[in-house]
Design a protein around this ligand. Sequence first.
Ligand code: BGC
Length: 752
Amino acid sequence: MIFGLTSAQNSNHIPQLGKDKVEDVIAAMTQEEKVYLLMGLGENNWLNPPTGPKTVIIAGEAGLTWAIPRLGITSTVLTDGPAGLRIESHPEGFEFTRYCTAFPTATALASTWNTGLVENVGKAMGNEVLEYGSDVLLAPAINIHRNPLCGRNFEYYSEDPLIAGKMGSAMVRGVQSNGVGTSLKHFAANNIETNRNSINAVISQRALREIYLRGFELVVKESQPWTVMSSYNRLNGFYTSENYDLLSTILRDEWKFEGMVMSDWWGGTDAVAQMNAGNDLLMPGCHQREELLIALKNKIIDEKILDRNLTRILTFIMKTPRFKSFAYSNKPDLNTHLQVSKNAATEGMVLLKNDKNTLPFKNIKKIALFGKTSYRYIAGGTGSGEVNYQYATTINESFEKNGYKVAKPLEEIYKLFIDTVTKTATKENMKFVVDFHAELPLSKDQIISQVKNTDIAVVTIGRNAGEGTDRKVSDFSLTDTEKQLIREVTEAYHAANKKVVVILNIGGVIATSDWRDDPDAILLSWQAGQDGAGALVDILSGKVNPSGKLPMSFPMTYSDVPSSKTFPGEPVDNPLNAVYQEGIYVGYRYYDTFKVPTAYEFGYGLSYTGFEYSNIQLSSNDFQNEMTVKLTVKNTGKVKGKETVELYLHAPNIEIEKPVQELKGFAKTGILRPGESQEITFTLDTRSLASFWTNVSSWVAEKGAYEVRIGASSKDIRLTATFNLPETVIVEKVHQVLYPNRPVIDLNLSKK
Ligand code: BGC
């Protein structure tokens, strides 16, 4: 180096990423190189036929960042997704297979209410990301379950932002503990798949802050994901990827996000606006090159903005295993991960009904298995949330493996049906053709003939969905064939004094109120990954005591859902706008406040044992900055088990209307033996008392009496205690941004 010159100024020295300052590396770039690096090079992997050379590092990857070898800048690999790594399992030219573990879907993970468990799942997922040579997992996805018909709900955690945020944080911590990145998505308000690339979500500032942004805020503040992915939709008039207020003012200035923002694949339309907004990287890339180069040459965009975005991209690249030349093995420990997946599956299953202790099985040897899904377990959903796993065990196999006998003639009927349906499949829909096919109708005789030779009937109902489309109300309801199957199996088995169990192998909420009286027990298995079937047999047999609870409400009917009249948007057949008229009243916030009965309430789930809650203690009667809430949970039943404890807060309703109660904490006990107790401690900070006051653009905790409600579900409140907040507190003032571009009057008690 020549004395007095920086390395960039020294013409003999070409700055190298990682060795020289990032600003020097950027200064050494040509304008073309800058523009190339601001977008991925994955487009040719997606276009068929490609318009240029296909560049693939890991077959099945979602995208790559650009490499500039002369500056020491390597490509990095971005791969989906929320239920496990998604890459091709049989890549061309490979002598070995490259299967990944299908973990339970996010909804199933949230149903564990166990952040430690989710972090462990993240560790295992992240290890596959690392060992298969990727750099970023495009997950977690934490959008809110606003409406049960959203086709991607299985990829998301909950109708409640605290659960979404806590689960998302745990997942980020787990994955990133491997030294690989995550991409927190889809930021924000991507709650509708219909016209997802153009629909405009019109949301009040309060509903945005309290419901749709809150989970993202929690994850960013608690776990700093390496990257955030902006969403496809417009929000209050602007594409999220083009929205400075969202991506810079809120995400960076208010929440202190330090990482890189990437677009969703082909998201947004105006590359200049995206760059200005702080959407640093455009994925999958390429097609905006010309536009940005012209903008740069004509000074329509300030080069400094591009340099800012490039700094974030390069800072990201430097963290990646690929940049550090990590020697990946292509051999993650899939056996251990399968066990992690199964444990999570077991803990996320929710026992919805168990009349007269039908479960766990007692003196059951032979089982009649009804429903096509009994012979083809649905491990997860479709689209980028899908995983290429080796094999998903089926329910019939899992029963046999555990020493039960499955009625063979019935099995033959279903296997023949599945084979016939599979023969109609194309290469593309092979994996899911059975899931989306109508249920096989059985005659009464076919049903009745099973009763004599079996001890119990199990009926499995299956559903699948995925990105790009929303479900229909007809998919929410059970079909006539399905209802008839449950009814006729129940009639036949009850006539012989035998019981019926229904298993729900579904990704999103369905109707239950019009058939749930028939069977004796209902187990919600969700789509619980590769060994979900094994997990559910462990619950039915009593090997494991169920401890999952619902992270969303199951309504009595679809028309009870607060957004049912406006979903997906207007006009209904080709929506441009989706006005979130229900405001903050999403899920239980609505059902509880407006006293609308649900089929199964938020937080609900049965166990094979009972738990007693006692001895609630608050650290003081007056709230000052922080408060602890302590209580004791005791297993009062005959078998060991875990309990989820839920803390709801009822806040004063004087200056501003609030939901009758909101979840402000949750905890899961360890495995408690009969008679064993555990003390649970929650901490409430001022922010947990606050709601968003639009007129002052602040989080405000209103003075007055607060009631702490400790529940086994949102309706099953076991303990209460009150405290007082002596003075109204402005907890945090934030920017007055993201105004709705159309008037929206949120649902409120007087508007009811
Ligand atoms: C999805 C993202 C995904 C991306 C890359 C998009 O269609 O919305 O969630 O990460 O594709 O596969």
